[in-house]
Design a protein around this ligand. Structure first.
Ligand SMILES: [Zn+2]
Ligand SMILES: [Zn+2]
Length: 343
C-alpha cells in the first residue's frame, strides 16, 4: 500500500510500505479517504517540533490528523461495522496526569496524537485505537475530515461559555475561524468575523456571520463598538495566530467579557496587566478537543455540509502529497483547506 512518509524534516516521499495486518486487540483498521492539511502539520514537516517533543521520536512519520476513513476491520469495537465511514478523534491521553484526572485530556502533556506521535491518515490503510473512531453516518469524506478542525472550534466556544443570542467577534477566517463562526452562529450567537482576505469574509457570511469585516485597529474598535451599542462584545475568539491580536481583543471585549485564544503564535506582544482588573475580563486558552466536543462537531458538520463545501478549496491525490504540503505552506490567498484524497 502507498503512504506519504515524512522521512526527516522537509523530506516527504510517497512509497510502498507494508501497512498494518489484522486489527490488534483494541484497535481498528480503516481505509483513509480524505485528509485535511493543517497549519500544525507544517511544524512536524519542517522539523519545528519543540512544543510537541518531550524527547520523542518523530521520524519517519506518516502524518495526517484530519481524517475521513472507511472501516475495514472493526476488531472488537462494538459500535462500528465494516464499511462505516468514520472521523478520527486523534487524541490519546495518558489518563493519569492532572489534566486527565480533571477531565481535560485535550491538554494532557503526555498525550499522543494520531498523525504526529503515531502514524496518521496519509496512507491507504491505518490502524488506530477504537477510542479514536467516531461513526458519521452518510456524511461525505471532505466534511468528515473537517470534523477534527470543527471540534477545535466547538471546544473554544465551550471554553468561552458562549450563550444563545450573545454577540461574538471571531478574529481570523481560516479553517478554524470559519468553523468557529459556523459553530457560534449555529449556537444562536450574532457573529462578526474579522479577516483581511475578502473571499474568506464571504465564506464567513455564508457560514452564518452577521458581519464580516476588516479595518485598521482604531476603525475596527469604533465599528465593533457601534455594532454592540458601545459595550464591546462579551466574547472574542482569536483564531488568527497573529501576535498583535491579543491586546486588540483585550481592548475590544466588553468589561466582564471573555477572550478565548485558540491561534498558536510564537511571538510576544506587550499587554498592560491593569486592563484585566479594570475590565474584569477572562482570558482563556483553548487547545484541541475532548471526545464530547468531537461528537458535538459531528452534529455541527452534518447539517451544514452544503455551506461548508466551499472551504475545501484544493484537492491533491496521495501520490502528490509533498506538492500539496509545499502548496499549502506558500499560503496562496485563494486556499482555505487543502485536501489529500487518499483512496
Ligand atoms: Zn489540525
Ligand atoms: Zn494525561
Amino acid at each position: 500500500m502507498l503512504a506519504a512518509v515524512t522521512r526527516s524534516p522537509g523530506e516527504m516521499v510517497v512509497e510502498d510500505v507494508s501497512g498494518p495486518g489484522p486489527a490488534r486487540a483494541g484497535n481498528v483498521i480503516v481505509r483513509p479517504e480524505a485528509v485535511g492539511i493543517c497549519g500544525s502539520d507544517f511544524h512536524l514537516f519542517s522539523g519545528d517540533v519543540g512544543a510537541l517533543s518531550g524527547g520523542r521520536d518523530f521520524y519517519p512519520r506518516i502524518q495526517g490528523h484530519e481524517v475521513s476513513a472507511i472501516v475495514e476491520d472493526p476488531g472488537e469495537a462494538a459500535d462500528i461495522q465494516q464499511g462505516d465511514r468514520v472521523a478520527i478523534w486523534p487524541l490519546l491521553p495518558c489518563g493519569s496526569c492532572y489534566p486527565c484526572r480533571a477531565g481535560r485530556p485535550n491538554v494532557c502533556p503526555r498525550f499522543r496524537l494520531v498523525g504526529v506521535h503515531l502514524d496518521g491518515g496519509l496512507q491507504q490503510r491505518l490502524e488506530v485505537p477504537a477510542s479514536t473512531v467516531f461513526g458519521v453516518g452518510d456524511l461525505d469524506p471532505d466534511s468528515t475530515a473537517f470534523v477534527e478542525p470543527a471540534s477545535i472550534a466547538v471546544h473554544a466556544l465551550a471554553r468561552g461559555n458562549l450563550k444563545d443570542g450573545e454577540q461574538a467577534v471571531v478574529f481570523g477566517a481560516g479553517p478554524i475561524g470559519l468553523a468557529t463562526t459556523l459553530a457560534a452562529a449555529a449556537a444562536g450567537a450574532r457573529v462578526t468575523t474579522i479577516d483581511p482576505i475578502p473571499a474568506r469574509r464571504d465564506l464567513a457570511k455564508r457560514l452564518g456571520a452577521e458581519r464580516a469585516t476588516w479595518a485598521p485597529e482604531a476603525d475596527l474598535q469604533t465599528e465593533i463598538n457601534d455594532w454592540t451599542g458601545g459595550d464591546g462584545p462579551p466574547l472574542v475568539v482569536e483564531t488568527s495566530g497573529e501576535t498583535k491580536v491579543l491586546p486588540q481583543a483585550v481592548d475590544l471585549t466588553s468589561a466582564a467579557g471573555r477572550v478565548v485564544v485558540v491561534g498558536m503564535s510564537s511571538g510576544t506582544v506587550p499587554v498592560r496587566p491593569g486592563v484585566f482588573p479594570e475590565k474584569e475580563i477572562d482570558v482563556i486558552g483553548s487547545s484541541c478537543a475532548t471526545a464530547e466536543d468531537f461528537q458535538a462537531a459531528i452534529n455541527l458538520v452534518r447539517p451544514n455540509r452544503a455551506s461548508l463545501a466551499a472551504i475545501f478549496s484544493h484537492h491533491f491525490p496521495l501520490t502528490r502529497t509533498a506538492e500539496a504540503f509545499e502548496f499549502a505552506m506558500n499560503r496562496p490567498p485563494d486556499a482555505i483547506k487543502i485536501m489529500v484524497t487518499v483512496n
